[in-house]
Design a protein around this ligand. Structure first.
Ligand SMILES: [Zn+2]
Ligand SMILES: [Zn+2]
Length: 219
């Protein structure tokens, strides 16, 4: 065929590692963890170990050079973390995957045939606090409900799954994505001093009002 270039072949000893943004799912009877894409693949659920099929139903193995089907991931963890700041992905999860089977490299990552999820970072709660458990997201696909991270404060009165339970179903570690807002110890001390000062001022005002009520001078 004129103009058709053969892609260079690689046979790495260790599977390449990639990162991707995904939605977390749990099966209808709660015994299986799953994932779904957040853009074109949002209706396609996949398991911890999964094989890509052509999204257009064509009879070739994904990824085919002249089709855009297959799993996608970024090679850079930092770049995938950067994606987690985008409005639509703020509350999604970040997955680390082993890129298995055949793959096609592109400038920022891989398009490939098989993957194994090896780590999950749960995005922030809707209030901005780091997630502490997973609650029903109110979304889903056939046979699987969507989960989203929540802090314990926002989860009051809601049913949820602990990270540990989800990790047991998925057989991969599940942790909260680090928050840029969590205070370090050095910032906590001035914060406490400010709070004590505020309390002292309130106490002084109370004493003043009490003194006025009793007809005595607080001094
Ligand atoms: Zn295809
Ligand atoms: Zn919250």
């Amino acid at each position: 065929m004129i103009g058709r270039r053969r892609l260079p072949e690689e046979r790495p000893g260790v599977a390449p590692v990639g990162y991707k943004v995904a939605a977390l799912l749990v099966s209808v009877d709660g015994d299986r963890a799953g994932f779904a894409g957040v853009s074109i693949g949002r209706t396609q659920a996949y398991d911890v170990e999964a094989e890509a099929r052509c999204a257009y139903g064509r009879r070739h193995r994904a990824p085919a050079p002249r089709c855009d089907c297959g799993f996608y991931c970024l090679a850079s963890e930092a770049e995938a973390r950067g994606l987690m700041c985008v409005t639509e992905y703020r509350h999604a999860a970040l997955l680390r995957v082993d890129v298995l089977g055949s793959y096609i490299r592109y400038e920022r990552g891989f398009r490939y045939s098989r993957q194994r999820v090896t780590g999950v970072w749960v995005g922030a709660c809707r209030c901005g606090n780091p997630a502490e458990l997973l609650v029903d997201a109110g979304t889903g696909v056939v046979g699987r409900r969507g989960l989203v991270g929540s802090c314990t404060g926002c989860a009051v009165g809601r049913v949820g799954l602990s990270f540990g339970s989800y990790a047991r179903l998925a057989r991969v570690p599940v942790v909260a994505e680090a928050s840029p807002y969590v205070r370090g110890e050095d910032e906590l001390v001035p914060q406490l001093v400010a709070e004590v000062t505020l309390l002292q001022a309130r106490l002084d005002r109370c004493q003043e009002q009490l003194g006025r009520l009793l007809g005595t001078d607080p001094g």
